[in-house]
Design a protein. Structure first.
Length: 146
Protein backbone atom coordinates (compact mmCIF):
# COMPACT_ATOMS: atom_id res chain seq x y z
CA UNK A 1 0.00 0.00 0.00
CA UNK A 2 1.08 3.57 -0.64
CA UNK A 3 0.09 7.07 0.43
CA UNK A 4 0.29 8.45 -3.10
CA UNK A 5 -0.14 7.20 -6.66
CA UNK A 6 0.59 8.92 -9.98
CA UNK A 7 -0.39 7.21 -13.21
CA UNK A 8 1.39 7.26 -16.51
CA UNK A 9 -0.25 9.80 -18.85
CA UNK A 10 -3.67 8.59 -19.98
CA UNK A 11 -5.15 9.62 -23.30
CA UNK A 12 -7.99 12.10 -23.22
CA UNK A 13 -10.80 11.80 -25.78
CA UNK A 14 -10.23 13.64 -29.08
CA UNK A 15 -11.36 17.26 -28.87
CA UNK A 16 -13.62 16.79 -31.90
CA UNK A 17 -15.59 14.01 -30.17
CA UNK A 18 -18.22 15.55 -27.89
CA UNK A 19 -19.16 13.79 -24.66
CA UNK A 20 -21.70 14.50 -21.95
CA UNK A 21 -19.91 12.85 -19.04
CA UNK A 22 -16.42 11.71 -18.09
CA UNK A 23 -15.63 9.37 -15.19
CA UNK A 24 -12.45 8.15 -13.56
CA UNK A 25 -13.14 4.57 -12.51
CA UNK A 26 -10.96 2.98 -9.83
CA UNK A 27 -11.06 -0.83 -9.90
CA UNK A 28 -9.90 -3.27 -7.23
CA UNK A 29 -9.63 -0.91 -4.27
CA UNK A 30 -8.31 -2.58 -1.13
CA UNK A 31 -10.28 -1.57 1.95
CA UNK A 32 -8.81 -3.98 4.48
CA UNK A 33 -6.79 -1.29 6.30
CA UNK A 34 -7.70 2.08 7.81
CA UNK A 35 -10.45 4.37 6.50
CA UNK A 36 -9.27 7.17 4.23
CA UNK A 37 -10.14 9.96 1.83
CA UNK A 38 -8.62 9.62 -1.64
CA UNK A 39 -8.02 13.11 -3.05
CA UNK A 40 -7.83 12.91 -6.85
CA UNK A 41 -5.97 15.26 -9.19
CA UNK A 42 -6.03 15.30 -12.99
CA UNK A 43 -3.47 17.32 -14.89
CA UNK A 44 -0.91 17.40 -17.64
CA UNK A 45 1.92 17.50 -15.07
CA UNK A 46 2.51 15.78 -11.78
CA UNK A 47 1.15 17.10 -8.50
CA UNK A 48 3.40 17.98 -5.55
CA UNK A 49 3.29 16.30 -2.17
CA UNK A 50 1.60 19.26 -0.48
CA UNK A 51 -1.34 19.40 -2.91
CA UNK A 52 -4.78 19.68 -1.36
CA UNK A 53 -8.33 20.63 -2.36
CA UNK A 54 -7.18 24.13 -3.36
CA UNK A 55 -4.80 22.83 -6.05
CA UNK A 56 -5.85 23.69 -9.63
CA UNK A 57 -5.71 20.01 -10.68
CA UNK A 58 -8.00 18.79 -7.86
CA UNK A 59 -11.07 17.07 -9.34
CA UNK A 60 -12.71 15.53 -6.27
CA UNK A 61 -12.37 12.73 -3.79
CA UNK A 62 -13.88 9.46 -2.71
CA UNK A 63 -13.91 7.77 0.65
CA UNK A 64 -13.11 4.24 1.73
CA UNK A 65 -14.52 2.87 4.97
CA UNK A 66 -11.67 0.60 5.99
CA UNK A 67 -11.90 -2.53 8.08
CA UNK A 68 -8.82 -1.73 10.17
CA UNK A 69 -7.16 -5.12 9.81
CA UNK A 70 -8.31 -8.63 10.69
CA UNK A 71 -9.15 -9.54 14.27
CA UNK A 72 -10.67 -12.96 13.55
CA UNK A 73 -9.26 -16.47 13.55
CA UNK A 74 -6.81 -17.70 10.92
CA UNK A 75 -8.47 -17.49 7.49
CA UNK A 76 -11.31 -15.27 8.72
CA UNK A 77 -10.42 -12.43 6.33
CA UNK A 78 -9.36 -14.56 3.37
CA UNK A 79 -11.51 -13.87 0.33
CA UNK A 80 -12.87 -17.15 -1.12
CA UNK A 81 -11.37 -17.89 -4.54
CA UNK A 82 -14.13 -20.10 -5.88
CA UNK A 83 -17.78 -19.48 -5.23
CA UNK A 84 -20.68 -21.67 -6.20
CA UNK A 85 -22.94 -19.79 -8.65
CA UNK A 86 -25.95 -20.84 -6.52
CA UNK A 87 -24.48 -19.49 -3.27
CA UNK A 88 -27.02 -16.89 -2.10
CA UNK A 89 -24.88 -15.35 0.61
CA UNK A 90 -23.77 -11.73 0.08
CA UNK A 91 -20.24 -11.18 -1.26
CA UNK A 92 -17.33 -11.40 1.17
CA UNK A 93 -16.91 -8.11 3.05
CA UNK A 94 -13.32 -7.67 1.83
CA UNK A 95 -13.86 -8.15 -1.90
CA UNK A 96 -12.11 -5.30 -3.72
CA UNK A 97 -14.23 -2.18 -4.20
CA UNK A 98 -14.89 0.06 -7.21
CA UNK A 99 -15.31 3.84 -7.00
CA UNK A 100 -16.42 6.20 -9.76
CA UNK A 101 -15.49 9.89 -9.75
CA UNK A 102 -17.19 12.17 -12.30
CA UNK A 103 -14.64 14.54 -13.86
CA UNK A 104 -16.54 15.97 -16.84
CA UNK A 105 -15.65 19.63 -16.30
CA UNK A 106 -11.98 18.88 -15.64
CA UNK A 107 -11.58 16.84 -18.83
CA UNK A 108 -13.42 19.47 -20.88
CA UNK A 109 -11.12 22.15 -19.42
CA UNK A 110 -8.00 20.19 -20.35
CA UNK A 111 -9.30 19.70 -23.90
CA UNK A 112 -9.98 23.44 -24.22
CA UNK A 113 -6.27 23.99 -23.48
CA UNK A 114 -5.35 21.44 -26.20
CA UNK A 115 -4.07 18.90 -23.68
CA UNK A 116 -4.07 15.36 -25.12
CA UNK A 117 -2.90 13.32 -22.12
CA UNK A 118 -3.17 13.74 -18.36
CA UNK A 119 -1.79 12.08 -15.26
CA UNK A 120 -4.04 10.91 -12.44
CA UNK A 121 -2.61 11.51 -8.98
CA UNK A 122 -4.29 10.13 -5.85
CA UNK A 123 -3.26 11.11 -2.33
CA UNK A 124 -4.72 9.10 0.56
CA UNK A 125 -5.45 10.98 3.77
CA UNK A 126 -6.64 9.38 6.99
CA UNK A 127 -8.59 11.01 9.82
CA UNK A 128 -5.39 12.68 11.02
CA UNK A 129 -5.39 14.65 7.70
CA UNK A 130 -1.90 13.38 6.97
CA UNK A 131 -1.01 11.16 4.01
CA UNK A 132 -0.88 7.48 5.01
CA UNK A 133 0.11 4.16 3.40
CA UNK A 134 -3.46 2.87 2.91
CA UNK A 135 -3.99 3.21 -0.85
CA UNK A 136 -3.99 0.17 -3.13
CA UNK A 137 -6.00 -0.54 -6.28
CA UNK A 138 -5.65 -2.57 -9.47
CA UNK A 139 -6.27 0.07 -12.15
CA UNK A 140 -7.79 3.41 -12.98
CA UNK A 141 -9.41 4.24 -16.32
CA UNK A 142 -11.13 7.20 -17.93
CA UNK A 143 -14.55 6.55 -19.45
CA UNK A 144 -16.48 9.11 -21.52
CA UNK A 145 -20.11 8.90 -22.56
CA UNK A 146 -21.62 10.42 -25.69
Amino acid sequence: MVERFTSKPIELPPADRPFVRADLIFHGLDHSGASFEAQVFLGSRGVGRDADRDHRAYVGSFFIFGHGGCFGDVGHCDIPRDRDPFDLRPPHQLEPATRILTVTEAVAGLLERDVETAKVTVIARTASKKPADVLAFEKVRLATYA
